[in-house]
Write a protein that binds this ligand. Sequence first.
Ligand SMILES: *[C@@H]1O[C@H](CO)[C@@H](O)[C@H](O)[C@H]1NC(C)=O
Ligand SMILES: *[C@@H]1O[C@H](CO)[C@@H](O)[C@H](O)[C@H]1NC(C)=O
Ligand SMILES: *[C@@H]1O[C@H](CO)[C@@H](O)[C@H](O)[C@H]1NC(C)=O
Length: 558
Amino acid sequence: MARYKPWLLCCFILAGLICAVAVVCLCVATLVDRGCPSGSFRHAAVSADSQLCSEVGRDILQQGGSAADGAIAALLCTSVVNPQSMGIGGGSIITIRNKTGNVEVYNFRETVPQTYKPDLLKDCPTTFRMSTGPQWIGVPGELRGYWAVHKQYGKLPWAKLFEPTIRLAREGIDMPPFLANLLNNPLVRNHVEKSSLCKVFCNKNKTILGENDILKFPKLAETMEIIAKQGAEAFYTGKIGHDLIADIKATGGTLTMEDLKSFKVRVEVAWTVPLGDTQMHIPPPPAGGAILAFILKLMKGFSLTPSSLDGYQKIQTYHHYIEAAKFANGQKRNIFDPVFNGKKGADHLIDPSFINRIRERILSNTSHDNSYYNVKPSSDHVGTTHVSVLDEDGLAVSATSTINQLFGGTIYSPRTGIILNNELSDFCQRADTVRAGEQPPSSMTPVILESKSGGLLVIGGSGGSMITSAVALSIMNRLWLGMNLKDAIAAPIVFVDSTNNVNFEPGFDKSVKDGLKELGHKYGDWKYFFNVVNAVEKENGCIAAVSDSRKRGVSAGY
Ligand SMILES: *[C@@H]1O[C@H](CO)[C@@H](O)[C@H](O)[C@H]1NC(C)=O
Ligand SMILES: *[C@@H]1O[C@H](CO)[C@@H](O)[C@H](O)[C@H]1NC(C)=O
Ligand SMILES: *[C@@H]1O[C@H](CO)[C@@H](O)[C@H](O)[C@H]1NC(C)=O
């Protein structure tokens, strides 16, 4: 018997060793866990502009969905939680990076229908106001785009992505505080109460719903149920399409079934722009990516560091940024649909020699008249939503979606529950003609940045013309100025409007404001800071997710 003892001993020692290894592993694991800042996630995250929709996206990921599934579900949800921003009557641009680094852009922004008002651009507002009226409705690309993205990158069944939103639309949601606040704005209230939107957003007395009311979308729930069962074709060739076209006709619009049928999703290679050690993937024109890249490449040359925010240097940093933004305004007319205008509109905006030439024209001690920046007057816009998603498999999705201005052109389709876009007004002051099938230029810029060390930043924004400022400043704050993602997004922005007036978000550093005035900048009194940035970042195995608190957003992950 004694002969077996050494074996037994060995067993004990082995078992002991295994235990010790297990304990060490556990300790290391918790240590690594502790290495992630609190509030960050280990596996995946969704940053939409409401907590409800971030959670809808996260639930889809936890049910085995991909980042693409999560993004689509979160966007569908956003169409009821922030119906003023986006919906299936609009269009999107989505940048997708797969695990091995291939980056594609799915562009399903709205297009000009075959028949449109011949002198459309004569209807462009000359001051800041909403473009209402059926002449501004572009062919909605939203669902055909989701369908294409889902076909390529989806893991869950199509219908599954609609389930949470159908339930919310049917059962109703507590009036979202952001929306309640917006509806209370006298301008918006008037706008909604006088339009067909009142069917959804007003009570029996035909006055807008308040913050304690329940918001329901019964017709939209029916529509989504059909699309969930039958696929996007129900919209483009089926009953939903016919109903929608009938409603558009009733308002005097020109869209036809043929326009819906022939809508094509554009799948393109992303533009990849180096920013030092970081590669930035942007959507090509007519998206706003090239303008964003132009500003960031100009700023890269000023070698910003955290100390660029100290004392007088902070004034210089913002002065250089404002100058870059003014030159960017001078370039806006080079953003147009390349399919209709030849390929060469915006290539120079990421060309290093052009960037260097412009940077030399930025002087540290002064600003200039508008002619110096070659600015032609254009108009500014507000609206839109953005969702950033990163999943466990390393798929990254950056999705910006819109119906253009607040509630689009305030045209509601009673047969389908769909709110229609007024996207064609994006041509205003940025083009001299429009052509059937053309996409209007956009500020939308869903971005994915990757660092040499393997870090990923999935980021984008909403707020119309303010998208560029909001996203550019967030990226600068995060990459170069030493801020964490939350602070980078929360920092008050400076917005250079289309007339090159400089506008400060409430809370902006007063001493910097005063210093900038001395450098000759003219100040505007822009009141509509609807800039919102939502981002997900992965670094050293930790995922930080931030939804902008400006829109009361909260992100979700696990
Ligand atoms: C990423 O996309 C490229 C190009 O389509 C493909 O070759 C590669 O296999 C993809 N990687 C993954 C992980 O799917
Ligand atoms: C409608 O107006 C009446 C009279 O002003 C008021 O008593 C009632 O509460 C209102 N109903 C709703 C749903 O707001
Ligand atoms: C700014 O600096 C340049 C050269 O550095 C100088 O020529 C110019 O006069 C200065 N302008 C102002 C307004 O101080």
